[in-house]
Design a protein around this ligand. Structure first.
Ligand code: ADP
Ligand code: ZN
Length: 219
């Protein structure tokens, strides 16, 4: 289906990729494809895949390219991905970006949004982040749901992600710089890169992304 809309969101951990992907996927009826969410679900379910990746994830390391590429391939088989996908946390390495090109074929990636946020701010956001284990909603440590530990949306358990602790945060940001930042050049060279200021309210960020999509006839 050549009409597929596939968007890649790049940006450091804590830049707001998850929040924006969820909103955009809903608005444009695309699949929200988050390899982090898929992997966390596997860990939570205690499946063989989950057991394999848990230690790597807890330490803030990267799961093998081969494995995440396979997960994304599978995810694209689901009916909600027929119109395309909002890619969040994938690709994260050049090998993954190349595999995605091969996988999408003539559909391709239509736009890559770089969510720019200063390093101090992401570190602060990550350390105060709490998440619902059940529905994945993010909270701040000062939010009522975080304090009570009960998700306002679904009643699930609100916890700190095991990789949102200082040592794992540092590791993830290091991997981002080393492995993922080169993807900015990869997408810029294809004329697909647009940068958006992620240090704004979620609504402002969404409207900047949608404006960039408009400019390219994607929305
Ligand atoms: P963050 O971007 O905040 O680190 P994610 O939810 O995207 O969070 O990913 C959580 C963890 O899952 C990563 O630290 C890594 O261990 C693993 N992971 C997710 N996506 C990938 C990927 N594309 N390649 C390798 N590992 C991944
Ligand atoms: Zn919840």
């Amino acid at each position: 289906m050549a009409g597929q809309l596939n968007l890649v969101l790049l940006g450091k951990q804590g830049a707001g990729k998850g929040t924006q992907s969820t909103r955009l996927a809903e608005r444009f009826q695309l699949a929200h494809i988050s390899t982090g969410d898929i992997l966390r679900a596997a860990v939570k379910a205690g499946s063989p895949l989950g057991l394999e990746v848990k230690a790597v994830m807890d330490a803030g390391g990267l799961v093998s390219d081969e494995l995440v590429i396979r997960l994304v391939e599978e995810r694209y088989q689901a009916p909600d991905a027929a119109r395309g996908g909002l890619l969040d946390g994938f690709p994260r390495t050049l090998a993954q970006a190349e595999a995605l090109e091969a996988l999408l074929g003539e559909n391709g990636v239509k736009l890559c949004v770089n969510l720019e946020v200063p390093i101090d701010l992401v570190t602060q956001r990550l350390s105060s982040r709490r998440v619902c284990q059940n529905c994945g909603t993010n909270y701040r440590d000062s939010d009522e749901s975080a304090i009570s530990g009960v998700c306002a949306k679904c009643g699930g358990h609100v916890v700190q992600r095991s990789d949102d602790r200082p040592e794992a945060i540092r590791q993830r940001l290091e991997f981002y710089e080393r492995d993922t930042e080169p993807l900015l050049d990869f997408y810029a060279a294809r004329g697909l890169l647009v940068s958006v200021n992620g240090d704004q309210s979620p609504d402002e960020v969404t409207s900047d992304i949608v404006a960039a999509m408009h400019e390219r006839g994607l929305a």
